[in-house]
Write a protein that binds this ligand. Structure first.
Ligand SMILES: [Fe+2]
Length: 384
């Protein structure tokens, strides 16, 4: 039996943040960070005027368990009817954590178990509002937390973390700087392509992943370039990133993500950049298993009849990386030979043990992972 596809209410459009006014809950907890609140804080105060509102503004990048627990404590004390997470993946994940900790007051964060039913919505509703266009966290059942004891980034999941509502207002993304637009958008593109290449997808997830990939190929370079101030361009990327969130969230990812997680953890490279740099190598490695899927992706981009669809797709991704001013190999990301050698066994081990490696379309042995990283460090085309 397969799991159902769960999709929140999605309010989308320029100015759709106003939808918050129509939610009737009287006690509202806003979870965000100071930078985002500088942009949207006044607007939220206006929207929620006359209601009891509490703001948690301590979200940090790569949020630690301690911050999530602190936010959960605020929720337990304040007893909100509505929890609103507004920001990038870190803010949305912290809001998810608070929603869980408040919904189940006797549990700790690490007690979260994807197989257990919690009935979290009995106490509050969760609304997520992304202000970057990339992670898709507003649609996924997971959250990423940094364990303060081990330093490791961990994923926790419950299907109840898929929120009640999502608001996609592209206005909120207009001020995103070029680098953030490129990195987060690249995450979305990687998710769409890996989602569309997964063996666990369905016609439903394919519809979302393929269309998201088509839009991102076309509009992401514009959003990170001359179209940065064009709300229509921003809207296209914002919606596509969210579609990919539903798509990959219900199909799966692959080696670009498991290798990218390890690179990001070892060398502190932003997630979107580490997975994006690995994407061409993952596509090339997966060629023997993904020919039909790659043909399908290329058809969406009006490219037909190529001899080697994997090579063509990989080249197209490299072209996007160049347009986004992102290096094509790990060395050029600024990882020195010395640091690379020192961390090599660790990243191979992390990648091997990442659950995503196990769902990659082509089985990857430890030796394969080793070679993929060696090729990706030097920028060599995968030929094995
Ligand atoms: Fe990702």
């Amino acid at each position: 039996m397969s799991l159902p596809i769960r999709i929140p209410f999605i309010y989308q459009g320029i100015g759709s943040l106003e939808q918050l006014r129509n939610f009737k809950e009287r006690r509202v907890l806003i979870v965000s960070d100071k930078t985002v609140l500088q942009m949207v804080g006044d607007k939220l105060s206006d929207i929620f005027s006359g209601r009891e509102t509490k703001i948690f503004d301590e979200v940090e990048p790569d949020p630690k368990d301690t911050i999530m627990v602190k936010c959960g404590d605020v929720a337990r004390k304040f007893k909100p009817e509505l929890i609103v997470g507004v920001g990038g993946g870190s803010a949305m994940d912290t809001a998810k954590a608070a929603y869980f900790l408040y919904g189940q007051e006797s549990l700790r964060l690490y007690d979260m178990n994807v197989l257990v039913e919690y009935n979290l919505r009995e106490k509050s509703k969760l609304v997520l509002i992304p202000t970057t266009s990339g992670t898709g966290s507003e649609h996924t059942p997971g959250l990423v937390v940094t364990n303060t004891e081990t330093g490791q980034k961990m994923s926790l999941a419950s299907f109840e973390l898929i929120p009640w509502a999502v608001i996609l207002d592209p206005t909120l993304t207009l001020k995103m700087p070029q680098k953030l637009t490129a990195a987060t958008g690249l995450d979305a593109l990687t998710q769409a392509i890996e989602g569309a290449s997964s063996k666990m997808g369905s016609d439903f997830t394919q519809a979302l992943n393929l269309y998201a990939a088509k839009i991102l190929f076309h509009y992401l370079p514009k959003a990170a370039g001359e179209g940065a101030g064009d709300i229509q361009v921003r809207a296209k990327v914002h919606y596509a990133a969210s579609m990919a969130g539903i798509g990959f969230g219900n199909s799966g990812l692959g080696l670009a993500h498991s290798c990218g997680h390890a690179l990001g953890g070892a060398f502190h490279i932003p997630h979107g950049i580490s997975v994006g740099v690995m994407l061409p190598y993952a596509i090339e490695f997966n060629k023997p298993e993904c020919r039909d899927k790659y043909i399908e992706i290329l058809e969406c981009l009006n490219i037909t009849g190529v001899e080697d669809p994997g090579a063509t797709l990989s080249t197209m991704v490299k072209d996007i990386l160049k347009k986004l001013k992102i290096p094509l190999n790990i060395k050029e990301l600024g990882v020195s030979q010395e640091s690379w050698e020192k961390n090599f066994e660790k990243i191979v081990g992390w990648t091997k043990n990442d659950i995503i490696t196990m769902i990659n379309p082509r089985m990857a042995s430890e030796q394969d992972i080793r070679k993929i990283f060696q090729y990706a460090y030097e920028g060599k085309t995968i030929d094995f």
